[in-house]
Write a protein that binds this ligand. Structure first.
Ligand SMILES: Cc1cc2nc3c(=O)[nH]c(=O)nc-3n(C[C@H](O)[C@H](O)[C@H](O)COP(=O)(O)O)c2cc1C
Length: 197
């Protein structure tokens, strides 16, 4: 199933949650079409409006558009299992977080804040009908060196962004995974007050 299908058929979101949330999912099926730079800017602008501790905004983004000067090196930062479907992405984004605040003190929530920015990108991408897919499966050291990541910054993940495409362009084992995943039940995750003894 490509992103053009209806993910809600596979997901039982309850409690009146807006369909925006279960509709977003991490497809890998992309067409290989170029992504207009303006669409990428819309996603990154969404990220800019994420909440962060003390409004520290520790997220930083470096990107490559398909077939531009940096495309091959960005593809090279990915582990092989990710590269094999990212070859049809329209853009690759590296999400980097600054690990210190403006006073030079450790920013304890830098990764958490970067995660909020990631979610904004993915929700905005879903609203635009684009594939967005986060990847921790990267060669962090290669990315750190290749992106000239400054001191006191950490590479968190890379994000594939693309125009949806037919799933049958994917290797067979990934075609089988082109189905939106489920979730643990809310009851498994929550409780009033402290954890039980
Ligand atoms: C930080 C992060 C790292 C991830 N790394 C990978 C990855 O390396 N390769 C991959 O195929 N998917 C990766 N994913 C996608 C997750 O597998 C996916 O979000 C999860 O299974 C939930 O599915 P959904 O996004 O479709 O709701 C990653 C997601 C996140 C948030």
């Amino acid at each position: 199933m490509a992103t053009g299908g209806n993910p809600l058929q596979h997901r039982d979101a309850g409690h009146g949650v807006d369909p925006l949330f279960p509709r977003r999912w991490s497809s890998r099926a992309m067409s290989g079409a170029p992504l207009p730079e303006g669409a990428l800017m819309t996603l990154l602008e969404a990220a800019r409006w994420a909440p962060s501790s003390y409004n520290g905004q520790p997220w930083r983004f470096r990107y490559a558009l398909r077939d531009d000067l940096h495309w091959a090196s960005f593809l090279g930062f990915l582990k092989e299992n990710n590269r094999l479907w990212c070859v049809r992405a329209g853009a690759l984004v590296a999400l980097v977080s600054r690990t210190v605040d403006d006073d030079g003190d450790f920013a304890r929530t830098h990764a958490l804040d970067a995660g909020a920015a990631l979610e904004n990108i993915q929700l905005q991408g879903s609203l635009l009908g684009l594939v967005t897919h986060a990847m921790a499966g990267i060669d962090r050291e290669a990315a750190r060196v290749g992106l000239a990541v400054p001191a006191e910054h950490e590479v968190q993940c890379m994000i594939a962004v693309g125009v949806p495409g037919p799933a049958d362009l994917l290797p067979e084992h990934l075609q089988a995974r082109e189905v939106p995943s489920g979730r643990r039940s809310l009851a498994d995750l929550i409780g009033a007050g402290p954890f039980p003894a």
